[in-house]
Design a protein around this ligand. Structure first.
Ligand code: SF4
Length: 179
């Protein structure tokens, strides 16, 4: 049984105060998401936690089906200088790793984090799982595992929209599978 009260203290202590408990069975895993990674994303083949360094879509579905409990974190941010986004993403992902660690220490042995963004823990990514510089810390994003984040978080009652300018406020999302 997940001790939600204990974990909610951990979330807030790490600065994540906008979150919801959700059912991972409601994650919208779609083949088109993978297709968009393969064709059109500049990170394809360059990030150790993005396609093609991730399981097939069917394996991702099977993976999510093994959990009954997850948390979605809403993370809002706006930058006047878009080049600051990468550093910010790395810092957020590092803090999320601390939350994942605390969840594991609370007895949730299956805990698994989905980063808010592509990994970005290193300034220059090794590009493959085999050569990853921080294999114990690297995690995929939800998008990398085929999750249609737009429809998924909208179904959970959260806002998200396509941005036309890099300086617009972002609604970003990370997920923690907990059990
Ligand atoms: S930890 Fe570093 S090398 Fe590994 S996937 Fe992340 S950025 Fe790439």
């Amino acid at each position: 049984m997940v001790d939600k009260d204990r974990l909610e203290i951990v979330f807030r202590d790490h600065g994540f105060d906008d979150f919801k408990w959700v059912n991972p069975a409601e994650f919208q895993v779609r083949q088109w998401v993978r297709m968009k990674c393969e064709f059109g994303c500049p990170s394809y083949g360059r990030c150790g936690t993005c396609p093609p360094n991730v399981p097939h879509i069917e394996e991702c579905r099977d993976f999510f089906a093994e959990y009954n409990t997850a948390v979605v974190f809403r993370i809002r941010q706006q930058f006047d200088k878009p080049e600051e986004r990468g550093h910010w993403s790395r810092d957020v992902n590092k803090t999320l790793l601390e939350v994942e660690r605390e969840s594991f220490k609370a007895g949730n042995y299956k805990t698994f984090l989905l980063f808010m963004d592509e990994c970005r823990l290193c300034r220059d990514c090794a590009g493959t799982r085999e050569e990853c510089y921080k294999p114990s810390e690297a995690r995929p994003s939800a998008e990398a595992l085929g999750v249609d984040v737009f429809s998924t978080v909208r179904n959970f009652g959260y806002p998200i929209q396509v941005l036309s300018e890099m300086t617009e406020e972002m609604n970003r999302y990370a997920f923690l599978l907990v059990e």
